[in-house]
Ligand binder design. Structure first.
Ligand code: FAD
Length: 147
């Protein structure tokens, strides 16, 4: 079986509520294990950065469903790579918030005042997410909270 990692960035729709965001996490945690997909969702008040890993066909199908979701727009694939092992095994969808990411971490990979995942190169997208995720391991199973 060919395993792939797909990382994309998108923008939240302006009317997206915390309830909508938690519904996304709930649906991901319900559906992904059945599809053999694991990953992490990084959320800011403006952007999503999501890492999906699993069998190539399942990841491609899920991504094609997710891009049509009206709760976000402007999906751009930053990285699509065949992998030998998983980074987030046993996490149907781990979660981290940009609020918890030390500025020193994201300013190594992005310029400017705000964390903007569209600035990430394909190499930096995976390195950044692994580094940011490691620093917030205690939130992986959590939910999105109102700001
Ligand atoms: P359901 O169990 O039917 O829905 C779950 C909840 O989401 C319900 O409360 C429902 O009201 C609400 N909901 C569903 N669709 C919409 C919609 N279009 N607009 C508003 N509310 C809605 N799905 C995954 O399975 N795995 C993922 O990893 C994943 N990642 C996502 C990442 C992002 C950034 C976004 C925006 C969506 C993601 N989704 C993911 C959701 C995906 O787009 C589909 O909505 C979901 O897969 C539908 O699954 P379901 O039918 O089991 O959901």
């Amino acid at each position: 079986m060919i395993l792939v990692r797909l990382i994309y960035a998108s923008r939240l729709q302006k009317d997206c509520t915390v309830g909508d965001l938690n519904a996304i996490l709930d649906a991901s945690r319900k559906n992904n294990p059945r599809l053999g997909i694991s990953g992490i969702l990084c959320y800011t008040t403006e952007f999503f950065l999501q890492w999906l890993e699993g069998p190539r066909g399942e990841v491609n199908t899920l991504y094609n469903l997710v891009v049509q979701d009206p709760r976000h727009r402007g999906c751009v694939i930053l990285d699509y790579t065949e992998v030998q092992t998983r980074q987030f095994e046993s996490w149907g969808m781990a979660f981290i918030s940009a609020k918890g990411i030390d500025r020193k971490i994201w300013s190594r990979y992005m310029h400017g005042e705000k964390m903007d995942p569209y600035e990430l190169t394909h190499e930096n997208a995976s390195v950044f997410l692994v580094e940011a995720a490691k620093a917030q391991k205690d939130t992986w199973g959590g939910k999105i909270k109102a700001d």
